[in-house]
Design a protein around this ligand. Structure first.
Ligand code: NAP
Length: 239
């Protein structure tokens, strides 16, 4: 018999795995995005209240295997998952998607945080931000020589020197080329998520010789088993 699974989601791969789970399994979402209503397993939404809260949930629900399939930049929940597994004595397996790697001729620069990013952006005029909502908190700080394009999950009205685009991946090459051309993008800003569904923007940057600023990946905890792909994880689960 398969173990009772708690799947921590937030990625495309997690949703794809959730579609293969049995009715006893629980799929958990933070609640920032869309909540699917057509899954074969149970779905719960919202935080647990830290590692202790997650450990209590694991015990209450008789969970036997915790799967961390959250985003590579969601460092808090991954740390909580590793700690909660220790506290409750269950195994934790994780999908640890490898980051993107630059190819020949790519101008990729890694930055540690927002202030490092702002410093590196100084010589550019038309950045495209694709790292979530953080730039929206800094719209009042746009330097006079810059016009920002910010792509995130929810749209918002344009401000004088920024366009905010609400869009959800996957993004294809054709659409990304059109976006770069329309907005005259001269630098791309991104997390290094390693996701195939958002990779085409990197190819467009390569084609146009546009530099890419990447926010450095956070450290994630080591857990009992780590997988680099959904397929490898699903195979280990015999799903
Ligand atoms: P985070 O900073 O690591 O987590 C913040 C808090 O959100 C956690 O401490 C936890 O609350 C709750 N949480 C996160 N994932 C959860 C889940 N699957 N089920 C229940 N509670 C969850 O993460 P974040 O960066 O805010 O991201 C939130 C979610 O969006 C994650 O599931 C992540 O996979 C997804 N996401 C994140 C990014 C990104 O760039 N950060 C991109 C795409 C998707 P409690 O401590 O109260 O349990």
């Amino acid at each position: 018999m398969s173990p009772r699974i708690l799947l921590l989601g937030g990625t495309t791969e997690a949703l794809r795995l959730a579609r293969r789970l049995s009715p006893e399994a629980i799929y958990s979402l933070a609640g920032l995005g869309r909540v699917p209503d057509d899954l074969p397993c149970q779905v719960r939404v919202g935080g647990f209240g830290g590692a202790e809260g997650l450990a209590a949930f694991i015990r209450e629900q008789g969970i036997e295997l915790l799967l961390d399939m959250t985003h590579p930049y969601a460092a808090q929940i991954s740390a909580n998952a590793a700690r909660a597994a220790e506290l409750s004595g269950v195994a934790c397996w994780a999908l640890r998607r490898p980051g993107w790697q630059p190819g020949t001729g790519d101008d990729w620069r890694e930055v540690d945080d927002w202030s490092g990013l702002v410093a590196e952006l100084r010589d550019f005029r038309r950045p495209l931000f694709t790292l979530g909502r953080e730039p929206l908190e800094h719209l009042h700080e746009i330097p006079p020589h810059q016009y920002w394009a910010v792509r995130c999950l929810t749209a918002q009205e344009a401000v004088p020197r920024a366009k905010i685009i609400g869009a959800r991946g996957p993004f294809d090459l054709h659409g990304e080329r059109a976006l770069f051309a329309l907005l005259g993008i001269d630098v791309l800003v991104s997390k290094n998520s390693g996701s195939q569904s958002t990779e085409p923007k990197l190819q467009v940057a390569r084609e146009l010789n546009v530099p890419v600023l990447l926010l450095r990946r956070p450290e994630l905890p080591s857990v009992e088993r780590e997988f680099v792909s959904l397929e490898a994880l699903a195979e280990a689960l015999q799903l």
